[in-house]
Design a protein around this ligand. Structure first.
Ligand SMILES: [Mg+2]
Length: 184
């Protein structure tokens, strides 16, 4: 499975929750598959999906899911100790690990070689870290959202991209409707 197939599969699970989605193709794919006002599409700030989502989870009580990538987490490894040491039960970090920098042309990342992001997350002090295969993700993600324990999911999948349009919505509109969804 590739990332877009995973997003299609989990769309019904995350639809009613606050979602912060990684920059580039992940956001474009999620927008195309199931645009929701509860989705915050990052149009900049590579690496910060986990940080933005985590801050949001700390700031209010609703469940928050950050959809991040392996290349993105490798860009911002400092996020993992921060998350580990300030755990909040309403936060789920989903790292879609396709072993590549998908949005820039599928250049391989070290997560596809010797570096295990699940092992890194555990070493940083994160509890409830699970590496799952793409085909098994749905029920595991549902459980992570439903339980009151912060969970880090590293979903291993194939690299590959589909043709997908850019998001033409104004960033201010994305932010505004997301803030309204948070406040509801
Ligand atoms: Mg990747």
């Amino acid at each position: 499975m590739i990332r877009s197939e995973i997003l299609r599969e989990i769309a019904p699970i995350i639809r009613d929750h606050l979602v912060v989605c990684n920059i580039g193709l992940p956001s474009q794919e999620l927008h195309m598959i199931d645009d929701q006002p509860t989705n915050f599409y990052m149009l900049g700030t590579m690496g910060l999906s986990s940080s933005i989502g985590f801050g949001l989870a700390l700031a209010q009580d609703k469940p928050v899911i950050s959809i991040d990538g392996d290349g993105s987490v490798l860009t911002n490894l400092g996020t993992l100790p921060t998350i580990a040491n300030n755990a909040t039960g309403n936060y789920t970090l989903l790292i879609i690990d396709n072993g590549s920098y998908g949005s820039t042309g599928d250049q391989p990342t070290y997560a596809g070689r010797k570096t295990s992001l699940a092992a890194v997350a555990r070493a940083c002090g994160c509890d409830n870290v699970f590496e799952v295969q793409a085909k098994d993700l749905g029920p595991v993600l549902q459980e992570a959202i439903d339980n009151n324990e912060m969970t880090i999911l590293v979903c291993k999948c194939d690299s590959g991209n589909i043709k997908v349009p850019v998001i033409t919505m104004d960033p201010v509109v994305i932010r505004h409707r997301f803030m309204e969804a948070v406040a509801k």
